[in-house]
Write a new protein. Structure first.
Length: 238
């Protein structure tokens, strides 16, 4: 059985949560598509809840957030200290969106507003190594920040013209993914509608239309879980 810890950095707004669940439910549902027996322990980092020094998991995931990874928040300072401690203990940590950006910043990378503006809806990314099972993948996204420069020594895993540093690894214990493998089309639509005034009409329409295409959330979550368990990624499909 795989024991995972989720460092929760935000909550879904009540308007969606009443029917679609909060982030822990979305993460657990996607994780169990890959590892049905997995268990997820949630620590509400935004509320100041962090794992005790002796807490060990098979892997940790830092969630997304509406906050800036480069922001100056007391809870974020405490989270960074605890994540550094987990890594020093030899535990593996993966970050999603905000978490991806946070791990890059913690190791000397650069994060800021995306030069191309908001990323919403479904986006395609291309793997940067022949070791991956697909030439590209598609994830649901919602972000205005992204990693602008990877940390020294990081390995670029995937990217696109819109988001060149969409996934990376650093050694054997750090992995970041900009897209959201846990998102559902319903939640992506909710976010687009909730933030409608921030988007021009073509971007808004394109994002809504993109939600009708399949996404690779389960496949990417599988790669994240393999990384956290120290398993080699599968060979590319012929």
């Amino acid at each position: 059985m795989m024991q995972l810890g989720l460092l929760l950095c935000d909550h879904i707004d009540q308007g969606f949560r009443r029917t679609g669940g909060d982030y822990p439910e979305l993460f657990l549902a996607r994780i169990r598509e890959v590892v049905p027996e997995a268990r997820l322990t949630v620590f509400d980092a935004e509320a100041g809840e962090l794992p005790a020094p002796d807490t060990r998991m098979d892997g940790w995931i830092i969630s997304g957030s509406r906050h800036d990874a480069f922001g100056d928040y007391p809870w974020l300072t405490r989270l960074k200290t605890r994540v550094a401690g987990l890594l020093a203990e030899g535990q593996a940590v993966a970050g999603v969106c905000f978490g991806h950006q946070l791990l890059a910043l913690m190791h000397g990378g650069k994060v800021g507003r995306a030069p191309a503006g908001w990323g919403i809806g479904g986006h395609y990314y291309r793997w940067q190594s022949h070791r991956h099972p697909l030439p590209d993948y598609r994830l649901l996204v919602s972000h205005q920040d992204q990693v602008l420069c990877l940390p020294e020594g990081a390995r670029l895993v995937a990217g696109s013209a819109f988001c060149p540093h969409a996934a990376f690894t650093l050694g054997e214990r750090v992995m970041g993914v900009q897209g959201h493998p846990e998102f559902t089309p319903d939640y992506a639509r909710f976010l687009i509608e909730q933030r409608r005034e921030r988007f021009d009409e073509p971007l808004y329409r394109q994002a809504l239309d993109s939600l009708s295409s399949p996404h690779d959330g389960a496949a990417v979550m599988g790669l994240i879980l393999d990384f956290l368990r120290g398993r080699p990624w599968p060979a590319p499909k012929e």
